[in-house]
Write a protein that binds this ligand. Structure first.
Ligand SMILES: Cc1ncc(COP(=O)(O)O)c(C=O)c1O
Length: 430
């Protein structure tokens, strides 16, 4: 008799682990590139013709941008962007950020002395809702940060038009979206400045790393100055023109990224196609649905394959129980970031006092009072698969679908498990 794996039956997708490439992937070219950088003896980028310089040029070219500035990670890349735009120099500067994202999108704002203002997200994508973003604009707003959640481009038409109308900077947090396209244009270079992460789980990685993209000569020059502790290339290294920090990427990471970048376009193509296949497969089954399709999204680079859980199609079994059941069948499913950011402990008054200067804290909203319906719904329903599943053969996608189908057919077996799994309060406001 067939039973769910969570109840001791055989896992239908037990071979999935073997089929999904072990992340991070690398080949002998990548190893050689790192060895060459190590042997070369120049491990810091402060030489002409550095790996970092070459990587910046290649990465910017692939993303249709004029300039790239390579940095240590995708958190400081956001901080560098905000500093370059002068955000945080005036007391009370506000930046509108989506309420559902990785915390760095918002913590970068507080790190430069500005105030994050949360806008709601579209519950069918997790991306910032342009209407709510516009409603949150005040005379202190300086910028909007759009995150391309999971690699699904935010509505860049609406956001560009809002930013233009209100005289705001539009910043793209493209940490999830290497290679994604909005109406044929790569994201990350559509707004004023874009930010990428090369942390280990990302589509392009050297363990850590980040990139700032821009098409503006002036902003690129200023970002370069700030990223290199106020030095100007071509002038003596002991003269510093502005007080700032060191954001530089190491040469060994840059060499690895340069090598990996050559494979990225093909990986993006494969993930885009497999993402469509998997979306079709799960749409037919029900229980979970893929993010909504939009013809303006011409390429999806994928960091997460996002699925939205529909408990009403599974006897109202809580999401946590569904996750346990799917994992037991062999599918590496999980949640991305848990609660909307305003419910993270870091945004409680008690913890803000320890992190934010008093004169800024006084001007901050009470985040604990927020309750944005789109972000709450997205938090309640979202499930994610890691992007490398989309680099696996079609058989792997079929196993994911088979596991969902099996759970759907045996939903009655899940009922007794509901009381066994504690549903976390912080993640799901009911
Ligand atoms: C949306 C988003 N922004 C920023 C970052 C920060 O990148 P890093 O981990 O390289 O600092 C991440 C990392 O996961 C992210 O997901």
């Amino acid at each position: 008799m067939v039973r769910l794996a969570v109840n001791g039956g055989e896992a239908v997708a037990k071979d999935l682990g073997r089929l999904i490439p072990k992340w991070p992937i690398f080949d002998e070219d990548d190893v050689e590139a790192v060895v060459e950088a190590v042997r070369g003896g120049r491990w810091c980028r402060l030489y002409p013709g550095s790996y970092a310089e070459r990587f910046e040029v290649e990465f910017a070219r692939y993303h249709d941008a004029k300039y790239g500035i390579a940095v240590a990670n995708g958190t400081v890349s956001l901080e560098l962007i905000l500093k370059t735009l002068g955000i945080g120099l005036n007391l009370g500067d506000e930046v509108i950020v989506p309420a559902y994202t990785f915390i760095a999108t918002a913590s970068a704002v507080t790190e430069v002395g500005a105030i994050p203002v949360f806008a709601d997200v579209d519950p069918s994508t997790g991306n910032i809702d342009p209407k709510d973003a516009e409603a949150k604009i005040t005379d202190r707003t300086r910028a909007i940060i759009a995150v391309h959640f999971g690699g699904y481009p935010a509505d860049m038409d609406a956001l560009t038009s809002i930013a233009r109308r209100h005289g705001l900077y539009l910043i793209e947090d493209a940490a999830h979206a290497h290679g994604s396209e909005w109406r044929g244009r790569k994201v990350g270079a559509i707004g004023d400045m874009g930010s990428f992460s090369f942390q280990e789980s990302k589509s392009l990685t050297a363990g850590e790393g980040g990139m700032v993209l821009t098409n503006s000569d002036e902003l690129a020059e200023r970002a370069r100055l700030i990223h290199n502790i106020g030095r100007v290339i071509g002038k003596p290294g002991y003269i510093h023109y502005i007080l700032s920090s060191n954001y530089r990427l190491s040469e060994i990471q840059a060499a690895l990224l340069l090598s990996r970048l050559r494979k990225l376009p093909n990986e993006v193509r494969v993930k885009h196609e497999n993402g469509k296949l998997l979306a079709d497969m799960i749409r037919r089954i029900g229980v979970v649905e893929p993010t909504r399709s939009d013809d303006r999204v011409t390429v999806r680079g994928y960091y997460y394959f996002v699925m939205l859980y529909k408990p009403e199609e599974l006897d109202n079994i809580p999401k946590d129980v569904f996750i346990e059941a799917l994992r037991a069948e062999g599918v590496p499913v999980g949640e991305s970031y848990g609660p909307p950011l305003y419910r993270q402990p870091a945004f409680s008054r008690g913890n803000l006092i320890k992190a934010v200067p008093r004169h800024i804290l006084e001007r901050m909203p009470n985040y604990e009072e927020l309750n944005l319906p789109g972000a709450e719904e997205f938090a309640r329903r979202e499930l994610v698969l890691p992007h490398q599943i989309l680099l696996a053969p079609r058989e792997a996608l079929e196993l994911v679908a088979a596991a969902i189908e099996k759970i759907k057919e045996h939903a009655d077996e899940l009922k007794p498990l509901v009381s066994k799994f504690k549903v976390s309060d912080i993640t799901h406001r009911r």
